[in-house]
Ligand binder design. Structure first.
Ligand code: C2O
Ligand code: CU
Length: 483
């Protein structure tokens, strides 16, 4: 009898232990589930950054994202139609890729506009099964033109179209890409470049992308050549459309970093170092073409572009890198970061748990997992400071939509060079950046990692202007999946 009792007790204790372990796990699992459809404006919890949360600051009370459009009337100066397809295609160097094209190619066509132009892009989804959109990466367009599925529009289904209209305000190098299932569609080729500046004889646009593990410049593996006469002042606009940072630069002659993320660098000096180009970022390199040519290097000379009258030697990039924290000379910012009335923290971490019911090691923002992440709340006209820190074990190229921010410091060291304006900032593991910007573009804006799989794993939140609403839903009948 005593034996039976003991056994029964043993079983009960075992069951108790099992429940003690499973019940909280079940709770964590259940609370991690992301609803099938949700309002991105209602996501997470409001973080007012120490600023007012009161109604009197809701200048845009009840203003819908859908009303924050570019000019609805007026004849466009630049009008293009871009057609997205899912298809097998060949790189310029011949390799075949199963992915996505824009007007039959990847990268898609270069769009060229001048400052002041009204740009109109008619986007047609011919055969991208998940739907698609176009986001104008780095162009601070009005919110409704931002191209984020489930936030600023519905994903364009197969057979559908969407017209984007915006004014080109800031000269520079930009790119466009799908912001629907972007981690798959961008990787597969649904992107292209857009340059706001008149064409010049020394201009070279170099779009770097890795297709199926093959790194390319302008859709070509290996080496290419651009003929330019010696003595030409070349401006090489380099765009990193991949998910990881890449060392780029010109070899064969010193060069200047004349623009970063579509903003001119003030007082650039000539360098021979490499430039660390963040995923999603752009850099414009300027040099006078030497008699025996120069070479744009994307990582290593195995993927490079000879520029000039001759094919120069394959010299690899030097070890040292350009540091924008001290590069160039200071210039007025146009606002005073010391007068900030909102101060946010964007602390990136990582911890084990469930995300949408799936166990794993997941990114956290200020200790919270997606979708319970902070919503950074601002009002139009606010001066905003944000401290982005990263202890997650990996680097993250952080991209804020709709705004350019200036870097104030890195790891407590103040910026001393040219104003360093960014839309995409590489934040390495154990790094802390302080940035500042003016909230001058009302809407609901993504603020996420541009290593796109990271965004799809929850490293994503929004900057939201008080009083803004959106009629669009993540999920829902349009299957909006921005990441
Ligand atoms: Cu280039 Cu939210 O993206
Ligand atoms: Cu990341």
């Amino acid at each position: 009898m005593a034996e039976v009792k003991k056994r029964r007790w043993g079983r009960l204790v075992a069951l108790g232990i099992t429940l003690a372990v499973l019940a909280p796990l079940g709770y964590l699992w259940a609370t991690s589930l992301v609803p099938g459809t949700y309002d991105p404006a209602e996501m997470g919890y409001a973080d007012y950054g120490g600023g007012p949360a009161s109604m009197e600051h809701m200048h845009h009370g009840g203003m819908s994202v859908a009303d924050l459009t570019g000019p609805r009337s007026g004849t466009p100066d630049v009008a293009v139609t871009l057609v997205a397809r899912k298809q097998k295609y060949q790189l310029k160097s011949g390799e075949s890729v199963d992915g996505y094209t824009v007007n039959g190619t990847s990268p898609g066509p270069l769009i060229r506009a001048r400052v002041g132009d009204l740009v109109q892009v008619t986007f047609v989804n011919e055969s991208v099964p998940d739907g698609a959109t176009l986001h104008w990466h780095g162009i601070d367009v009005p919110n409704a033109e931002d191209g984020v599925a489930g936030v600023t529009q519905d994903a364009v289904p197969v057979g559908g179209k969407h017209v984007y209209r915006f004014e080109a305000e800031q000269a520079g190098t930009y790119w466009y890409h799908s912001h629907q299932v972007s981690s798959d569609e961008v990787k597969g080729g649904l992107f292209g470049s857009i340059v706001i500046a008149p064409a010049s004889p020394g201009e070279v646009v170099a779009v770097i992308h890795t297709y199926d593990g093959k790194r390319t410049i302008n859709g070509r593996t290996g080496t290419g050549k651009v003929d330019l006469p010696a003595g030409t002042t070349a401006r090489v606009r380099v765009i990193n459309t991949d998910n990881a940072i890449l060392r780029v630069g010109l070899v064969g002659t010193p060069y200047k970093v004349v623009a970063v993320d579509g903003r001119d660098v003030h007082g650039p000096s000539a360098v021979t170092a490499a430039y660390p180009l963040a995923a999603g970022g752009r850099v414009d390199l300027e040099a006078v073409v030497p008699a025996d040519g120069m070479r744009l290097v994307a990582g290593t000379t195995a993927v490079s572009l000879a520029i000039g009258p001759a094919d120069p030697a394959k010299t690899e990039l030097p070890k040292d890198t350009v540091d924008l924290l001290s590069y160039g000379t200071p210039a007025p910012l146009g606002f005073d970061p010391a007068k900030a009335n909102r101060k946010f923290e964007y602390r990136i971490g990582r911890r084990p748990g469930f995300l949408d019911g799936v166990p794993g090691l997941w990114w956290t923002i200020n200790g919270h997992k997606f979708p319970d992440v902070p919503m950074f709340m601002v009002a139009e006209g606010d001066v905003v400071r944000m401290t982005i820190s990263n202890t997650s074990g990996q680097a993250h190229p952080m991209h804020l939509h709709g705004h350019h921010a200036v870097v104030l410091s890195r790891n407590g060291v103040a910026a001393t060079g040219s104003p360093w304006w960014v839309d995409t900032l590489e934040v390495g593991n154990k790094e802390t950046y302080e940035i500042a910007f003016v909230a001058d573009n009302p809407g609901l804006w993504m603020d996420h990692c541009h290593n796109l799989p990271h965004a799809s794993q929850g490293l994503m939140t929004h900057l939201m202007y008080e009083g803004i609403t959106t009629p669009y839903r993540v999920g829902g009948p349009s299957h909006n999946t921005p990441e």
